[in-house]
Ligand binder design. Structure first.
Ligand code: PLP
Length: 397
């Protein structure tokens, strides 16, 4: 078999491999504390489940329009208009089987081979994979530590823009750093996009996962709606990761193309799940609030314990369900040089399983600090306490 050349450029999400390693460790009778994957161990709201089952009984089991069920497209447009202060119509909304497919379709629709695409590193690994798989040049930009959280390094972004730069991928409420841009930073990014005529993917997978304040979208700034595609997902807000439902929100002309890609790729997203999602969006919001409340308690607990570990330094983010402590000092104290040695030793000695910075891209030139990511969406508080106490004892021994 001779595979196509492009396959060598296809990346992956190595967090899944960490999960597989943890599963092998657990199968040998060991206790594992799962902090590695951004999945939720919280049930999908009952009204979503009930409406989906009703839709199955009602025969919503055939194909539906490739862009999605019109009532759901309309409800998503309304939801975004309310939360973003914008004025999208149903025609802007193209339903997808999850948020992730928006990344590849955005790139396919707008990037020619050889075009340069700016993307965050550390960042969600599928950006780099999809850029390179489709023949683009992936140009990483980074964040730096500020007093209360991670800040965009906007000067370094501007320096990386050339006449070949076509797209910018921007993940506010960021995975893995839980970084959130200030309004000032958003304005600077918008000015850059307009000045250099960049189209922007706003990955807003965690827009509604927040514990205080209000999320603001880059797309809502003047001049940005017409150059932004929003990645919207039901995965996190409604604890629906395995149901696979999301949407791309795009200027109308581009939305038509994204719908055409749907027809080519999967015909349509799951029909009956769209009725479940509609009930979730338009019905009682208390289950959604309960999910955020539970995550807030876990965030507080995780933040408190991680910051108490000698050699760990952790910000307290208001969004996402990730903590991204700086562990440089802890690794030095233990005499551990590589990320993998740190991760595997921690798993073997304590059962605590987490991803490192390397699961979100290669280290950039000049990077000296070391970070790991704790996802607290898939572990209950008593287990968090037990696991992190073991980790603390191991690190401080
Ligand atoms: N974007 C980011 C930043 C993510 O972290 C994820 C999932 O973890 C996604 C997109 C895709 O999620 P989904 O395809 O489940 O909507």
């Amino acid at each position: 078999m001779k595979l196509a050349d492009r396959i060598k450029n296809l990346g992956t999400e190595t967090a899944f491999a960490v999960g597989a390693e943890a599963a092998v460790f657990a199968s040998k009778g060991n206790k594992v504390y799962p902090f590695h994957l951004g999945d939720l161990n919280i049930a999908t709201p009952q009204n979503v489940v009930d409406a989906s089952l009703e839709a199955i009984k009602d025969g919503k089991t055939g194909y539906c329009p490739n862009a999605g069920v019109p009532s759901l497209r309309e409800a998503i447009a309304e939801d975004i208009n309310k939360s973003h202060g914008m004025d999208y119509a149903m025609e802007n909304v193209i339903i997808q089987p999850g948020g992730k497919p928006v990344i590849g379709k955005f790139i396919l629709a707008l990037m020619n081979p050889g075009d340069e695409v700016l993307y965050p590193n550390p960042g969600y690994p599928i950006y780099e994979s999809q850029i390179q798989f489709n023949g683009g040049v992936a140009v990483p930009y980074s964040y730096k530590e500020g007093p209360d959280g991670f800040l965009l390094d906007i000067d370094s972004i501007e320096k990386k823009i050339t006449d070949k730069t076509k797209l910018l991928i921007f993940n506010d409420f960021q995975n893995p750093m839980a970084a959130e841009a200030s309004v000032e930073e958003l304005k600077k990014i918008a000015a850059l996009a307009i000045k250099h005529n960049l189209f922007v993917l706003c990955d807003e997978a965690y827009f509604d996962m927040r514990y205080s304040g209000k999320s603001k979208s880059l797309a809502s700034l003047p001049g940005m709606k017409e150059r932004c595609v929003l990645l919207y997902t039901f995965s996190k807000k409604f604890a629906m990761t395995g149901w696979r439902l999301g949407a791309a929100i795009a200027p109308k002309e581009l939305a038509v193309i994204l719908g055409k890609l749907n027809t080519n790729d999967e015909s349509c997203s799951n029909h009956f799940v769209q009725y479940g999602a509609l009930a979730g969006l338009t019905g009682d919001q208390s289950p959604v609030k309960a999910i955020v409340e539970e995550l807030r308690k876990r965030r507080d607990k995780g933040y408190e314990i991680l910051n108490s570990i000698k050699g760990f330094k952790c910000f307290k983010p208001e969004t996402t369900f990730y903590l991204f402590p700086n562990v440089t000092e802890a690794m030095n104290n233990l005499g551990i040089r590589t990320y993998d040695e740190f991760r595997v030793t921690a798993l073997e000695k304590t059962g605590v399983s987490f991803c490192t910075r390397l699961h979100f891209g290669s280290e950039l030139p000049g990077e000296t600090n070391r970070y790991v990511r704790f996802a607290y969406s898939g572990i209950n508080i008593p287990e968090m306490e037990e696991g992190l106490a073991k980790l603390k004892a191991f690190i401080e021994k």
